[in-house]
Design a protein around this ligand. Sequence first.
Ligand code: PAF
Length: 285
Amino acid sequence: MEILQSAAALQAQTEIWRQNKLRIGLVPTMGALHEGHLQLVRAAAQENDVVVVSVFVNPTQFGNAEDFRLYPRVPEADAELLGPAGCTALFLPAVEQMYPQPTVLRFDFGPLERVMEGEHRPGHFNGVATVVSKLFHLSRPHRAYFGQKDLQQVAVIRQLIADLSFDLELVAYPTIREADGLAMSSRNRRLAPADRAVAPRLYEALALGASLVEEQISTPEAVQQAVEQFLAADPAIQLEYFALADGRTLQPIIGTWTPGSVVALCLAAYVGGVRLIDNVLVTLA
Ligand code: PAF
């Protein structure tokens, strides 16, 4: 596996692959890799000739400087995991490589980013769209792989690809969970043991909500209340939001269920000061 540290090196390599008619898979990450990332890399290796994995903690998507500072960074350990998973080239740029000058361009994804993560992390999706666009330009992938744990991010990137005519296929992979249900996340490393023990409650709350949604007996408002009450019972968890949203538009579901539609149950919560997100999808009968 090659390690590329400059944007120019990645562009040059991409050019050679393209000339040789090789299919390129891109897995954008911020590192501190876990099994969820590795499944994306293995899938990319199966479906393409070469795989680029980017490891870059992108400053423009963090509203909170402390959160950016504390984000786990373990590039050597990441590199060791990537080769065996099928990565051809690890792209490991410094900030100056990705941002040789401050960006002034602004993305606006409309209603899609006025809810949930977009509402609670202003500017977050602007930073994501900026860095993902740069990664698409530098690596010119045929396919790009993202995890559905970041459901809204997947929707934003789908919009980005369509609006800017990026000629690539977005592949979204289901969330990978620990044995106790906790969604795998690089941030889980920051959980103290007592908080790690509590964190699976987030998935339990979503599972409770999902079972109520499936029955379609409770109203959306009653499901909202049941999930919020479940989480409020645990003082170690500070819920930031729980949302019942249309699985396609991510807009809130109010009043009634629509048979045949997909409902996304999404939440963000702090557990011991670490912000975690998770979601589950339910297709209504
Ligand atoms: O999901 C992530 O890890 C990041 O948001 C991404 C897509 C790599 C952009 O920095």
